[in-house]
Design a protein around this ligand. Structure first.
Ligand SMILES: N[C@@H](CCC(=O)N[C@@H](CS)C(=O)NCC(=O)O)C(=O)O
Length: 280
């Protein structure tokens, strides 16, 4: 290891508010609302509060896939939550997601309104509600749950671990970058070996496990997430690239990627979606 640190942890951790990082004004060691702010509500049964990060894109892709299947009752309003401005700490948002992270969903079509937070829970909730993109046969369903939960458990190593230390951190340290690059490459190899045998993660059918995993690992291998294409040699995972390209080519995925997007080419940004015509 080239660098050694002289840091010795104090007896009791303290919160330093003066760190210079993109997220330091947001990160806090306490939960709960910082300010009063009601959430807006539109005309559709589903109200999504989100942003087009990988976790947000999972849900807008599923909504667009459901609508493309003809499930008209899957209509939704997608409201923008600017996490860089701390909108996830508004009182209305915290009522929907006490964990203060996007995506968060309210379903007003149920007898009493239903809140759902955690992207994996939202995918499963919607797939079950509309009877699509989740298998019903027991073994096939178990395989789908296994890959879905694999993704939910793995992505924090990619985003919070590798992405943070390699891309976002203002100082680069070898130890965490090395540790998380190794883990992310191991995860890519897990996917590569599975996809060498199968068209989609669970076999012949595309389902919510693919949607969830595409949003993170597909984005990594196709769209230069964290500007790490070369560093992680992502193109060498040929079956992951083939699988991600097939998913990314789907029109519903193209639409879902644009909803709540506020970065990149302007013509691809649809900050809020209240009607199909918003994504022209
Ligand atoms: N496990 C959660 C993670 C959600 C998450 O980390 N969301 C990020 C954006 S991708 C966020 O809202 N961050 C704001 C913050 O941490 O304050 C899920 O899958 O829904």
């Amino acid at each position: 290891m080239a660098e050694k640190t002289s840091y010795t942890p104090p007896k009791v951790w303290e919160w330093h508010t003066d760190e210079e990082s993109q997220w330091s004004s947001l990160n806090r060691p306490i939960a709960g609302a910082t300010h009063d702010k009601e959430l807006p509500r539109g005309k559709h049964p589903h109200q999504l509060y989100s942003l087009a990060t990988p976790n947000g894109v999972k849900v807008t892709v599923l909504f667009e896939e459901l609508l493309a299947l003809g499930k008209e009752e899957a209509e939704y309003d997608a409201w923008l939550i600017r996490i860089g401005d701390g909108e996830q700490f508004g009182s209305g948002f915290v009522e929907v997601n006490p964990n203060s992270k996007i995506p968060a969903l309210m379903d007003y079509s149920t007898k009493t309104p239903t809140r759902v937070f955690e992207s994996g829970a939202i995918l499963l909730y919607l797939a079950e509600k509309f009877g699509a993109f989740v298998p019903t046969e027991q073994s096939a369903r178990a395989e789908c749950m296994s890959w879905l939960f694999w993704q939910m458990g793995s992505a924090p190593y990619l985003g919070g671990g590798f992405g943070h230390f390699y891309h976002y951190a203002h100082e680069k340290y070898e130890y965490p970058i090395d540790r998380f690059a190794m883990e992310v490459k191991r995860q890519l190899d897990v996917l590569e070996r599975n996809l060498a045998e199968r068209q989609f993660l669970c076999g012949d059918d595309y389902n919510i496990a693919d949607i969830a995993t595409y949003a993170w690992y597909g984005n990594l291998v196709l769209n230069d997430q964290y500007e790490a294409t070369e560093f992680l040699d992502v193109k060498s995972y040929k079956n992951v690239v083939r699988w991600a390209e097939e998913i990314q080519a789907r029109p519903a995925v193209q639409r879902g990627r644009r909803v709540n997007r506020i970065r990149g080419p302007e013509e691809l940004q649809v900050p809020e979606r209240h009607d199909a015509s918003d994504i022209s």
